[in-house]
Design a protein around this ligand. Structure first.
Ligand code: BGC
Length: 244
């Protein structure tokens, strides 16, 4: 079954057609800048354009960098605050004329990694983290998602939220060395290990493609691997969410 997956991030909106049974994208990844300000109206317009560019007329799965319950956004960290309380599924369905399912972006990435990627077939507690504009989290117990964990919003060593100190974006914005940034990521991962005792940690987001630069600097004491889908995990997981 093919579904259009749309991953809405703080900086970019990515989309591709996804074979949700195989967990494979069509390889036509489209990436456009997230409108600024990223209001519901502006983002919905962009999503409408994206759907049009694919000439798509089937189900659509969308992510948002927000707590999403039953299609409604309840927070907005890297998008416009007007999202809070907005029925995102209704807004996107209206803009596209199609059935749209909306989930948290990191939860989507985690679902893709658990079903078809780096955490495939793994039981126990698995933590998938995405490092980008913010830090997203997806927590799994025997393959079942605990949604909306928002671990990037924890306080750590006086940094509130910790994502403002350790997201991938902070490395480029502050011109940090890989060593300095990886030290921050390592501090966060160790904290999360103490809280959740995961058996596996999957590090995702676009920066996971640079694993050779920082993977060896992480000493979590737990199996810690880069995401299989890199920065396309959200697109794949969004599409998978629409099937369910
Ligand atoms: C948001 C999360 C999101 C993460 C990654 C955070 O700022 O609160 O919902 O998953 O960024 O995009």
């Amino acid at each position: 079954m093919m579904v259009l997956g749309v991953d809405i991030g703080g900086s970019a909106i990515k989309a591709d057609l996804v074979d949700v049974d195989a967990g494979r994208t069509a390889g036509r990844l489209l990436e456009v800048a997230t409108p600024r300000p990223a209001t519901p109206v502006a983002v919905a317009e962009t999503v409408g354009e994206v759907v049009g560019r694919f000439g798509w007329n089937g189900p659509v799965g969308c992510t948002l960098p927000a707590v999403v319950r039953r299609g409604v956004a309840h927070t907005a960290a890297n998008i416009d605050p007007a999202w809070i309380g907005t029925d995102a599924e209704a807004v996107f369905s209206e803009a596209t004329g199609l059935a749209v399912t909306v989930v948290n972006d990191a939860d989507a990435a985690g679902v893709a990694e658990t079903a078809h990627g780096a955490a495939r077939g793994r039981s126990g507690v698995v933590l998938v983290l995405t490092f980008g504009t913010g830090i997203g989290s997806a927590l799994f117990v025997d393959g079942t998602l605990v949604p909306n964990t928002e671990l990037g919003h924890l306080e750590l060593d006086g940094h509130v939220p910790v994502e403002a100190w350790a997201a991938a974006r902070v490395r480029t914005d502050e011109g940090l060395s890989w060593e300095t940034w990886a030290g921050r990521v390592d501090r966060l991962l160790r904290h999360l290990v103490a809280l959740f005792s995961p058996e596996l940690i999957v590090v995702g987001g676009g920066v996971s493609r640079r694993w050779d630069r920082f993977g060896h600097l992480l000493r979590t004491g737990v199996e810690t691997v880069p995401a299989f889908f890199g920065n396309q995990a959200g697109v794949v997981g969004a599409a998978m969410a629409a099937r369910r």
